[in-house]
Design a protein around this ligand. Sequence first.
Ligand code: DI6
Ligand code: FE
Length: 407
Amino acid sequence: MSFDLLLENCRVATMTEGAPYGAIEGAAIGVSGDKIAWIGKRKDLDGTAAQQRVDLQNRWVTPGLIDCHTHLVYGGDRANEFEMRLKGATYEEIARAGGGIVSTVEATRAASQAELVQSAQKRLKPLLAEGVTVVEIKSGYGLDLETEGRQLRAARTLGEQMPVSVRATCLAAHALPPEFKDRSDDYVALVCDRIIPVLHQQGLIDAVDVFCEKIAFSPAQTRRVFDVAKKLGIPVKLHAEQLSDLNGAALAAEYGALSAEHLEWANDAGIAAMAKSGTVAVLLPGAFYALRETRIPPIEGFRKAGVAMAIATDSNPGSSPALSLLLMLSMACTFFRFTPEESLRGVTVNAARALGIDKSHGTVEVGKAADLVVWDIERPAELSYWIGGNPSAAIMQAGRWTKEPCA
Ligand code: DI6
Ligand code: FE
């Protein structure tokens, strides 16, 4: 056998099924091109040629981290609303008074594509420095054809300019734009008849998402958007049950959604439906924390039903200005009672499933993308244990070091 690169003397949390963390000790990883070509115990590999060898000094290696739910591309910020909330205003009150998502829409419409790319880069950098190698980015701050397109193009550009693969999700049904006040069905018609079909045609959409909530779009409106996505063959995801129970989880499952996200108010029927359809529960402890929510998503219900759970930053200017995915692992354990292993599955294998890329990403397995993080830790639980800090020692994305291992 011959590899471009052989990583030797490491412990690998492959995140496959079986042993805890799918761990292999005394391991080696062969990399050829942008793919993993071999993984196993070093002693089982003899007579191997490798152009380059790196001794990882018994460090832990995990798959590259996947942040499967972000709203990273937008204009401005909302630190002012943070201050208002601290004085007692609620997220919903601010949204109803014309602040909230709509204020970010104004700033996003006013920003050029270059400005959107530049400001998002600043937020993406700290995520990449922690070992994020795949990120999902949603639109939803344009709310018109032109600006939704500009956001999704900015997302594509980020994937071209930075060492990360980007999945772009069209969330045009995120909020009602001010020019459609009291005409929400007309806006849904624009989303269904123009925004999604045109941007799909331009190759800008990997998935379609809707914010199904009292302050956003109804289940009936969600269905209209999902019907269009389905007709065009685009996978769907849903912001469901964040602030109230509208049976969104069951609706998502009915459409075979990749994921339902937030889910603080998910009910038993929703959980059962998600289990049946294989819809991933994406839980967002950053939004739970920043909005000072008290209702925990039904984690035990998901566990019992066998619903795969992912976690993500939900990085956005309003409800979760989060720039650290590792911090979400800590919060998932502390707030949601995840185990450290569930947390790590939540940002690797299950996050890949939430994006529909689990055939190519999310575990350390032959044939998958060579997205790897080498960590300066003694046990994988440390990734959930430390509050802040960044123990990444080396990062590889698509077969290339973006942070070189040092001797
Ligand atoms: N749920 C969220 O947490 C974000 N969007 C959504 O549908 C919040 C977006 C924002 O406040 O700007
Ligand atoms: Fe979100």
